[in-house]
Design a protein around this ligand. Structure first.
Ligand code: HEC
Length: 113
C-alpha cells in the first residue's frame, strides 16, 4: 500500500498526467487514499466552512475524515491538494476559502500524534 502510494505521488509530480494516468489515479484514490468521513458525526458540515470543505474536497476522492491528520499536519496536506487541483485542471479555492476549510479540518483534527 505504501509503495503504491509513493508511486501515485510520484505520478502527481508530472506536470500533466495523461488521461490514462488520471483515470488510474482516480480509481486508486476512490479505493485507498482517503478514509471517508462519517457525515452524521459532523453537523457543522452544513455550515459555510463545512459546505466549502464538502464541495472542494470531494471532487477527486471521497470526502476525507478530518481525524486522518493532526491540526499541525492539515495545512500542509491542504497546500498539497491545491497543487493536485492545479495539476488536474480543477479550480483552486482562494485564500479565504482555503482558510475556512483548513480551520474546519483543524477543529476536528486528530489530537494525538
Ligand atoms: C484535484 C483532485 C483533488 C482534490 C480536489 C483534492 N484532493 Fe486530496 N488527493 C488527491 C490526490 C491526487 C491524492 C493522492 C496523492 C497525494 O496524497 O497528494 C489525494 C490524497 C488525499 C489524502 C490522503 C493522503 C494524505 O496525505 O493523507 C487526503 C487526506 C486528502 N487528499 C485530503 C484532501 C482535502 C482535505 C481536500 C480539500 C482541500 C482534497 N483532498 C482535495 C487529489 C485531490
Amino acid at each position: 500500500m505504501n509503495a503504491r502510494m509513493q508511486m501515485m505521488q510520484g505520478m502527481m509530480h508530472l506536470e500533466a498526467p495523461t488521461p490514462t494516468e488520471q483515470a488510474a489515479l482516480l480509481e486508486y484514490l476512490q479505493k485507498y487514499a482517503t478514509r471517508p468521513i462519517d457525515r452524521s458525526a459532523y453537523p457543522d458540515l452544513h455550515e459555510p466552512a463545512g459546505r466549502s470543505f464538502r464541495s472542494v474536497c470531494s471532487q477527486c476522492h471521497a470526502l476525507p475524515d478530518p481525524r486522518q491528520h493532526t491540526a499541525r499536519q492539515w495545512p500542509k496536506v491542504v497546500e498539497r491538494m491545491k497543487r493536485n487541483m492545479l495539476a488536474m485542471g480543477k479550480g483552486v479555492p482562494g485564500d479565504a476559502e482555503t482558510k475556512a476549510i483548513t480551520e474546519f479540518l483543524q477543529r476536528h483534527a486528530r489530537t494525538a500524534n
